[in-house]
Design a protein around this ligand. Structure first.
Ligand code: HSE
Length: 439
């Protein structure tokens, strides 16, 4: 059979990795896919660089629309990033009857519903393993490997940049700003790191996993997104003294609130017991923990970024599309795991309705009755305390009191924090970091 023809939109880090891995492993890939997979066309802003990288083996153009319109391309691989241009390109590729492989989590988190509907209508596939956790095959696992299960929760370290920063802050006791600068110098963090450090990248990935896990549409606009830029080295130390690590976790899970089923969808710094495997995922690595009724806990770990790890997922999708291109669209694996007419509209819960435990740090004047005041506020709000740590004063008459609560509803904690901040003996804002036991 003739090789299937692929058009690349963009040949940056991941595009070049895809080209190289496809070339290096072409024989094994052909034996697995049943036919060869050949990059025939590349769209790049820097056409000279693209020609150099591809060694003159394919047509290079500077207009990406030429690729999506080319009769010489069967599968379009979108690796340019951003929202609007890739949306237009992917829709046009679909309209032209081409399958699409993308690593673009932002695109899918915002426009996934529209793109999947268009692809379904046209009978083509939009594959996106590389969009979540880079080289870790978590989409395949959630969508196919766990298909027998009712999935209860997904919790992941799905942003390598922030995990690297948090690991360095803990290891070296350094402040966020110092480590961010180092990460930029080492090339781990982008020149504009906003999407990574503010949790947006993780929320894009979590939104996609949530849709697949629970059979709901992608709903990025309903995600709670909180990054690590306000996190202090001090809190990482206190957490450690209490037996916890702080990670930027994306969490999505089923929850029942006042008898109504909902889905939690949130990204924020999270205390995790140090003994958990996922708490020991360090540096730029990713890991996703899935809880499901039949299999129990499964953990997926690996590189969440980089040329060849991400290329590994892009090529896995190319092989899937190559194998399935001739299969009746209704017999293929659905884009979001559940058949399109079997999606549910179970609501994403507002943060006020989530239930979890909390680390609260309160800066107080070291005077008689302060601890009693704090515990009274928590008791009045029906919040039970699990652990307390009080640090000695640091020569300024002030001290930190750290409390870990048992599980409670977020709205009760909001109310208690407001009352604590109004106490005369309390200085400044209460630091609140959510805690997941993941047990
Ligand atoms: N910037 C991401 C990370 C990789 O740091 O994990 C691409 O999503």
């Amino acid at each position: 059979m003739k090789p299937i023809k692929v058009g690349l939109l963009g040949i940056g880090t991941v595009g070049a990795g895809t080209f190289n891995v496809l070339q290096r492993n072409q024989e094994d890939i052909r034996r697995r896919a049943g036919r060869g997979i050949e990059i025939t066309m590349v769209a790049a802003r820097n056409t000279e660089r693209a020609a150099r990288l591809t060694g003159g083996n394919c047509q290079i153009v500077d207009d990406p629309f030429q690729v999506v319109d080319s009769p010489d391309v069967d599968i379009v691989v979108e690796l340019i990033g951003g929202y609007e241009l890739p949306r237009e390109l992917v829709l046009r590729a679909i309209a032209n009857g081409k399958h699409v492989v993308t690593a673009n989590k932002a695109l899918l988190a915002l426009h996934g519903n529209e793109l999947f509907a268009a692809a379904q209508e046209k009978g083509v596939m939009v594959a996106f393993e590389a969009a979540v956790a880079g080289g870790v095959p978590i989409i395949k696992a959630l969508r196919e490997g766990l298909t027998a299960n009712r999935i209860e929760s997904v919790a992941g370290i799905i942003n390598g940049t922030t995990n690297f920063i948090l690991s360095e802050m803990r290891d070296k006791g350094l402040d966020f700003d110092v480590v961010l600068k180092q990460a930029q110098e080492l090339g781990y963090a982008e020149a504009d790191p906003t999407f990574d450090i503010e949790g947006v990248d993780a929320a894009h990935k979590l939104t996609i996993m949530s849709a697949i896990a629970f059979g709901i549409p992608v709903q990025f606009d309903k995600a709670h997104v909180e990054g690590i830029s306000a996190l202090q080295a001090l809190d990482i130390r206190y957490a450690e003294q209490l037996g916890y690590r702080i990670k930027l976790l994306g969490i999505t899970r089923r929850a029942t609130v006042d008898g109504v089923e909902g889905i939690e969808l949130r990204v924020h710094p999270t205390l995790i017991p140090a003994a958990r495997l996922i708490a020991n995922v360090e540096g730029a690595m990713n890991a996703v923990l899935v809880e499901a009724d039949a299999v129990g806990s499964t953990l997926y770990y690996g590189k969440g970024a980089g040329a060849e790890p991400t290329a590994s997922s892009v090529i896995a999708d190319l092989v899937d599309v190559t194998r399935l291109a001739t299969v009746d669209p209704y017999c293929r694996v659905p884009h979001l795991a559940f058949q399109p007419n079997e999606m549910t509209d179970v609501a994403i819960l507002p943060m006020a309705d989530i239930t979890t435990s909390y680390f609260l740090r309160v800066r107080v004047s070291d005077q008689l009755g302060v601890m009693a005041d704090l515990t009274r506020v928590l008791a009045d709000a029906a919040i039970s305390i699990d652990a307390v740590l009080q640090k000695e004063t640091r020569g300024d008459e002030h001290t930190d009191i750290i409390m870990i609560t048992h599980e409670t509803r977020e709205k009760q904690v909001d109310a208690a924090i407001a009352r604590i901040e109004a106490l005369a003996s309390v200085v400044g804002k209460v630091i609140r970091i959510r805690l997941e036991t993941l047990s």
